[in-house]
Write a protein of this length. Sequence first.
Length: 658
Amino acid sequence: MKNFLFTILMAVTGVPTLAQTPTDASARRDIGNLTVENILALPAALLARVDQYQNVGSASVADWDREGKGLFISTRAGEVPQIHHVAAPGAERRQITAFKEPLASVAVSPDKKHNGFIYSRDEGGNENFQVYFYDLGTGSSRLLTDGKSRNKFMGWNTAGAQLAYMSNQRNGTDVDLFVQDFAAAGTTKPTALLELKGGGWGVVAWSDDGRQMILQNFKSVNESELFHLDVARRKLELLHPTKKPVAYGDFASRITFGADGKSLFLTSDEASEFQTLRHLDLASGKLTPLTAQIPWNVTGMERSKDGSKLVFTTNEGGFSKLYVLDTKTRAYKPVPNLPKGLIGALKMNDDGRRLALTLSTGTSAADAYVLDLTGNRLTRWTTSETGGLNPATFPEPTLIQYPTFDQVNGKPRLIPAFVYRPKNATGKTPVLLSIHGGPEGQSLPSFVPLYALLANELGISILVPNVRGSIGYGKTYVALDNGPKREDSVKDIGALLDWIATQPNLDASRVAVYGGSYGGYMCLATMTNYNARMRCGVDLFGISNFATFLKNTSSYRADLRRVEYGDERDPAMMKAFETISPINKIQNITKPMLVYQGKNDPRVPLSESEQMVAGLKKQGNTVWYIMAKDEGHSLAKKANRDYTYGAMMLFLRDNLVK
């Protein structure tokens, strides 16, 4: 049965109004903060329905309040997520901040005398984040950084007297470590503790006494280094040197000091396919595996203030599992009877008895919960709105595996993917392939409003593969697409098209591809390699030419990306880039394309989409184009998202569903 919106959309003939002729649509014009091209006016009924799905709310834990009784949460108010306070389970959300840009890195001051929290904010998605302190008493913010450069908050010390952050203010490329005495912020300059080389540095742990820091130098998803810093002496030493490259857990979520400052709990893939939990004795250098028997990545951890326990999460085939570890015996147990879903944003209160966390499932958006660790009782604190929609209609992701072109141990390699199939579907449905970015990303079985919109309103099945190069399946799998092997991940999409053709409930003659960032490159690469098997493509800020991308991406990112993609300054690699870059195979694309780009994108610059759109137009392709003047590497603003998803609905109706 077709739903009401589908009927409305099919009734829209595409005949323009007097104010909206085809000539007008083909010319670039502004709609709010968007510049659009070749897109007719969107029907009001369509925009209203998109608005409903985009009003399916969510709430994620930011931190406990000063008293340790209520929670600060991040939830959307208006256009972007803002900070709210919830005093008790089910209590009203009281809005705290009301900025035009989304906030990040929220951390309440550990010093109870300071009634407020740190947050970070950029402008228009440019990712030049500034660090602020929000005073809850006055409702005002105080800028703590220079207001111009890119800064990343690294945490408070335990006493709340100092805060640390990384900044590229010295030359725009390399990041340095700064420490600010909070009481003197605004009157005394922060201390430049270390000048460092490269853009991959960050503080991953700060000892309780404030005398030691652990820094990580991230080189790639497969390689990073840890350094011990004696804060007073400013002495930086390589920690736990290894013969082979090792990857450690990311910034501040998978490394913590023991309470005595003599040891570390950390995650590492040393001698393992996965990021498992280890204990490192700083004096002897002895590294002890703790979770070697769990063949999955540890994805987050939180230590109690007294150091007696450690909670950690694992990613087991895309689903989260929560464990509690006794730091004295180092024995751990899983927390039973939790909903099957995704767990993150772990925050323990001061007495170590309650753990705040964010939990979502495949059919419900994220909400804030608190787990009583004394009895493993889980209490829901927020229940987000559903936009007036019935959650029972939302498609539930199902895990499948499909064979690809190469083999492992004499058998076809299997690629994991999640399938979101419309619940009311009968017979074969059209298919949208949704490919994640990164490339070191992973698509998880989460609730995605866009998928629900497309499944419910257009009857589309969404297939979400984790092609080679994705994290979560071992370090060998992550490295399978590096450098000259880049297009092997595209071959995984070709294998997925083969699999679709064998499925009785999927229509192999109606397939489209969608992706953002590196997923945008995968969209373009799929269209250039498998054009005959595709109906259309939707590219969000995708890489169209690896050489121009590496030349024009922000300087603090360039070397990190060269490790993953290859170095365009190497003639052999440059030749490979010329072969695989979609812009150089653009003549293969004959099907319609929709392209979206944020003007202020510091990662994949505007020029990557502009040159692709220009090339498609030159050869006579149908191409719809949307450029957001107040966005970066995202679709963060609701108004922009509503319009873009509305245009995507019409585009897929015309080019995939019909």
